[in-house]
Design a protein. Structure first.
Length: 308
């Protein structure tokens, strides 16, 4: 990440589609290479577990990117500044995920009955994601943005890449004020935290090994910035992704509820997840859209975040 922002993207600029694809392939290749190291050192089962967790987390994170598209549109973030917001947003997400995963693993070890709670959360989340109707929601006027406007002075205009500026206040004195870029960053962070309610239990349902859970999360999150900039050009490939993810969440939820009675190998879980996601993308390609509005999917996912 230091190389990404400090060297390759030192200057704020719009990331083009081709460059985004190159970086996406780089991060995926890096994850697969790391999985090869796991295979050589920890064995086949650990490698399959990492790969399953990586695919689940990456798929759910792609779902989250549609919300980021909506957030950037609502705050009117210039394309050249979006990469910086995503960088710091994902950096914050890495820390939050570490805390959430650590707490989740510790809780499952101490209270085994929480396994069933996680299973029910996943089933509920899957059904809700598939059946929830779109909601016209403006993140710029949502509860998170309003909260930070109450506790911080916020400028009305951008100041380049800066999150804070030292400016003259309404009473004539100098003060520090947040910029709309910082406000956007906070909304992105909270949105990611809400999405973690689905993604972390989903990976913990696959394994409770902290190393495999966290590393699969890390590698999935690291590629999100690149995927985001490629997403806008291929948005139609993901029209039915939410239904595929719904099936995946319900499947994992049922698997965890039946874990004490029915053993499902990791290889079978991986096959089911990959096949489901592949079918959802195939349906997106083969079935022509009935609407010309590309924001429908973003609105669906926004409703999922901000209504619960």
């Amino acid at each position: 990440m230091a190389l990404d922002l400090g060297l390759f993207h030192k200057r704020d600029r719009e990331i083009k589609f081709r460059e985004a694809l190159v970086w996406t392939f780089f991060w995926v290749a890096l994850a697969l290479a790391f999985n090869g190291v796991i295979f050589l050192n920890l064995g086949r089962d650990a490698a399959l577990t990492f790969l399953t967790g990586y695919i689940v987390e990456l798929s759910l994170s792609v779902d989250n990117l549609f919300v980021f598209l909506l957030i950037f549109s609502a705050f009117r973030i210039p394309p050249r500044l979006q990469h910086r917001v995503l960088f710091w947003g994902i950096l914050g997400a890495l820390g939050m995920r570490a805390v959430c995963i650590g707490a989740g693993v510790a809780a499952l070890e101490k209270f085994t009955w929480l396994t069933y709670v996680f299973g029910l959360i996943l089933i509920y989340g899957g059904i809700k994601a598939a059946t929830e109707k779109e909601d016209d929601f403006d993140p710029a006027e949502g509860a998170v943005a309003k909260f930070f406007r109450k506790i911080l002075p916020v400028t009305h205009q951008f100041h380049g890449e800066r999150f804070f500026v030292y400016e003259k206040g309404p009473r004539g004195g100098m003060r520090w004020a947040a910029t709309p870029l910082f406000l956007t960053l906070m909304v992105v962070e909270v949105s990611d935290l809400i999405f973690a309610v689905d993604s972390i239990p989903a990976v913990l349902a696959i394994t409770t090994d902290p190393f495999l859970v966290y590393t699969s999360n890390i590698f999935a999150i690291l590629g999100l910035r690149s995927i985001y900039f490629a997403l806008a050009k291929v948005v139609d490939l993901f029209r039915f992704l939410k239904y595929g993810l719904s099936v995946v969440l319900v499947f994992i939820g049922v698997k965890i509820l039946l874990s004490h009675h029915v053993y499902i190998p990791v290889s079978i879980s991986l096959a089911v997840i990959v096949a489901t996601l592949a079918l959802s993308m195939a349906a997106s390609i083969l079935i022509k859209p009935t609407t010309e509005n590309p924001d429908d999917m973003r609105a669906d996912n926004s409703a999922r975040v901000h209504k619960g």
